[in-house]
Design a protein around this ligand. Structure first.
Ligand code: TRP
Length: 350
């Protein structure tokens, strides 16, 4: 059974891609290319749901869109075999969102925890787009009738909402769907989350209990995908640790979030288990382990940073990748929109 399942995932172009984005999402995207038809989308429409003070304004948005695209390519995503594009090039995302807005219930959106976090105390002042963000995400996925969606733990609730929207659409339009040749009434599939495990949850280098994040004030808290070898080395040497040597069993990491995080990063980058790492470095000086960690980080990330730099310097090429991807994505999206409009009862040119 080769290449029948379709994977869709999105990354927001909000700047400062870091090791957490790489190990938590991109590495997984690269792997899935071997077993699935993949569509990877730079979700620039999601990026503008908070004010320009958050996403940086038009020039930054364009720059960040190219940077995420460059990171995809530099990490090994093949935009010829699979599809890489930016969301705003395909009108279907917005069109299907409108139809889904009329399917999703206010009560469903009111339960979304990410909206509550992002809107904070001043909810009256959040954009309507931020509230509607999960509906746009459902449209992203279902526009391509994707069956598998690699996402982090924090997006699980949004994916459940996508499943609810697909199911309610299939119910509400059941007769019309069957009338249009879907005998089983299953028009939109139920997308399955592929949750990237806690092993790839990368924490801040300054506080092992907080996720590595682009919004943490200190740049030393994260390794950016564009950091050069010296910067990576410096940040790892400065990374917070405790005075104990590394344990020789995983159990010994349980109450030591910073040590656990660094061991996890090493394991993920080297493609081994944490236990393997402890077998090699347990009982030894932390500084020895850090030196080895600098080595794997630089070996894996420096070539990606160099390739990203080369690509970002050639925006014409990056844009041509996005246009080519959009042209191929549009083939699928237009087909979904034609059928969906027919099912809903919208008149269109034939
Ligand atoms: N909300 C996702 C995030 O911030 C990004 C995203 C947008 C997405 N549309 C998607 C992920 C569709 C998976 C599928 O991580």
């Amino acid at each position: 059974m080769a290449f029948v399942e379709r994977v869709f995932s999105g990354v927001q172009p909000t700047g400062n891609l870091h090791l957490g984005n790489y190990l938590g999402a991109i590495v997984n995207f690269v792997k899935m290319q071997q077993t699935h038809n993949c569509i990877y989308c730079v979700v620039d429409m999601h990026a503008i749901t908070q004010g320009p003070e958050v996403w940086g304004g038009p020039a930054e948005l364009a720059r960040n869109t190219r940077e995420v695209t460059a990171a995809f390519i530099a990490s090994g995503i093949d935009p010829k075999k699979h599809i890489v594009f930016n969301q705003s090039q395909i009108a279907g995302h917005a069109e299907l969102t409108w139809i889904f807005n009329c399917i999703a219930r206010i009560g469903w959106l009111n339960r979304m925890t990410q909206f509550k976090e992002k809107a904070g105390k001043d909810r009256e002042n959040a954009s309507v787009g931020l509230y509607d963000y999960p509906v746009l995400m459902a449209a992203d996925i279902l526009l391509y009738r994707a069956t598998h969606v690699p996402v982090g733990e924090d997006q699980k609730q949004h994916l459940e909402l996508s499943r609810d929207i697909a199911q309610k659409f299939n119910n509400d339009f059941g007769d019309s769907i069957r009338g249009h040749g879907f005998a089983d009434g299953l028009y939109f599939p139920q997308p399955e989350p592929l949750i990237t495990g806690p092993a790839t949850r990368v924490m801040s280098l300054r506080d092992g209990t907080k996720k590595m994040s682009k919004s943490e004030a200190s740049d030393n808290s994260r390794i950016n995908l564009t950091d050069d070898a010296d910067t990576i080395a410096q940040k790892i040497r400065k990374a917070k640790t405790d005075p104990e040597p590394l344990p020789s069993e995983e159990k010994g990491l349980e109450t030591r979030p910073e040590a656990d995080n660094l061991v996890g990063i090493y394991a993920a980058l080297a493609g081994v288990t944490k236990q393997d790492v402890l077998k090699e470095f347990g009982g030894g000086q932390f500084s020895n382990f850090k030196n080895a960690l600098v080595e794997v980080c630089v070996a894996k990330l420096a070539p990606i940073a160099a390739e990203m730099k080369r690509l970002v310097a050639d925006p014409g090429y990056v844009d041509s990748v996005l246009v080519d991807g959009a042209n191929r994505a549009r083939g699928i999206a237009d087909e979904t929109m034609r059928m969906t409009k027919d099912i809903v009862g919208f008149i269109r040119q034939r």
